[in-house]
Design a protein around this ligand. Structure first.
Ligand code: GUN
Ligand code: ZN
Length: 438
């Protein structure tokens, strides 16, 4: 037996045990100003006050100090599209026109696996530069787009979830699959990738308007056959989209109900946006175990609307944070938290800084059903973590110096921070290559 690889990281450490709500629940998180994170063979061996843990270390353990920093579990992005990396900043249109004008032409290029592989590499490096260590990711309709994505994720040893888009109508011919080919390709991808290394598959109907009722039913059958596979789609994002969905499915009680009727609401089902749900829908989401991916930068950029945090909470429905690149305008979950805070403000609601960081870490892991592996520093969890630089910019350094409490520091980080505030990203305890500007 070879000796276990042990490493230790010393600095301010924060992780969550449960949802801190308005921030007054001090037992929802653990925070050590001088903490130690001990890692053995890629997993957390212990985490706590440095004063308690340092004396327990063997003489050969190197302790890395992280001054002016905050150590956190890696960020979890609950919805984005890797093929839309180059679509960011395509302006002037709302959802349906934006899809036709920008997204579909960009996704067409993924018929070329070499192009897909190049984008996948860039995309994953960009996630890591931004401190995101796990994400739920759309591919394109092309099966190979998912193969090359998983290959790139596996090479980086990442815990990633992805799926091939199902889309058999109301789209250009060059992006259309069929009910049969969509099911066949999804099944082959599940068998090849789901549960291999740290990878998971997501059954990915783009949204109800671009799948026939037959294709949605086939997606529901696959979901029943593979109960621990993810389900990933969009719902209730834009008013014209909703009108269209209701015309196409006149018998459904609501747009959400279209998915429910075919068995696509359950644990590990994630629906992006969920802006225009009613309370019956929200309660149904909560009861089924499905959750929302709240995508504020996208909802602002595409002029979609405001996600109602209070109504969602009142119905017991869960949600995580999502960048929704390329409708979203940043890979950074710090930028995403900042915009989420403003979505709450515009509706007279509150999002505490503690809760924003919870949503970006343990909260995201929970809605994905991965909180037994990632999202916190519980012993045995995988050591994917980030080092946030409290002095990344002169203004951030100045503001953090004035902050006298943890919530104030977190508020400064989410308001002023971006990729520059991610000093390092660790995957299974190993520092990823420093990210050089391209
Ligand atoms: N609804 C269906 N497809 C998409 C997409 O690619 N982006 C967003 N934001 N919404 C969608
Ligand atoms: Zn999306």
């Amino acid at each position: 037996m070879s000796k276990p690889t042990v490493s230790a990281h010393r600095g301010a450490i924060l992780h969550f045990l449960r949802d801190p709500g308005d921030g007054t629940d001090a037992r929802a998180y653990e925070y050590w100003l001088d903490g130690l994170l001990l890692i053995e063979d890629g997993c957390v061996a212990a985490c706590g006050p440095a004063g308690d843990l340092l004396p327990t270390l063997g003489p050969d353990v190197t302790v890395t100090a992280h001054p002016d920093a905050l150590l956190l579990p890696g960020f979890v992005d609950t919805h984005l599209h890797y093929p839309q990396t180059d679509v960011i900043a395509s302006s002037g249109r709302q959802l349906l026109d934006w899809l036709n004008d920008y997204v579909f032409p960009a996704e067409r290029r993924f018929a070329d696996a070499a192009h897909a592989a190049e984008v996948a590499e860039f995309f994953l490096d960009e996630l890591l530069r931004n401190g995101t260590t796990t994400a739920l990711v759309f591919g394109t309709v092309h099966k190979a787009s998912v193969d090359v994505f998983f290959e790139a994720a596996r090479a980086r040893r990442l815990r990633m979830i992805a799926g091939k888009v199902l889309m058999d109508r109301h789209c250009p011919d060059f992006l259309r699959d069929t009910c049969e080919s969509g099911e066949r390709d999804s099944r082959a991808l599940i068998e090849r990738w789901h549960g291999s290394d740290r990878l998971h598959y997501a059954i990915t109907p783009r949204f109800a308007p671009t799948s026939t009722p037959e294709q949605l039913a086939s997606a529901g059958r696959l979901a029943r056959e593979f109960p621990d596979v993810f389900i990933h789609s969009h719902v209730a994002e834009n008013r014209d989209e909703i009108t269209w969905a209701r015309e196409l499915f006149p018998d459904a009680r609501s747009y959400l109900d279209v998915y429910d009727r075919v068995g696509l609401l359950r644990d590990r089902a994630i629906y992006a946006h969920c802006i225009y749900l009613d309370d019956a829908d929200r309660r149904r989401m909560a009861a089924s175990g499905a959750a929302a991916a709240f995508s504020p930068t996208s909802n602002f950029f595409l002029g979609s609307g405001l996600f109602d945090l209070a109504a969602t909470d009142a119905c017991g429905m869960r949600y995580g944070l999502a960048s929704d690149v390329g409708g979203g305008t940043s890979f950074s979950l710090l930028r995403t938290m900042d915009e989420a805070y403003k979505v709450a403000q515009l509706q007279g609601q509150r999002l505490s800084a503690l809760r924003a960081f919870y949503l970006a870490t343990l909260g995201g892991a929970k809605i994905l059903g991965l909180d037994h592996r990632i999202g916190s520093f519980q012993p045995g969890h995988e050591a994917d973590f980030i080092v946030l630089d409290l002095a990344a910019t002169p203004l951030l350094e100045r503001r953090c110096r004035l902050a006298s409490t943890l919530p104030e520091t977190l508020m400064a980080l989410l308001t002023l921070g971006d990729d520059r505030a991610i000093r390092q990203t660790f995957i299974l305890g190993r520092a990823m290559k420093p990210c050089s500007p391209r």
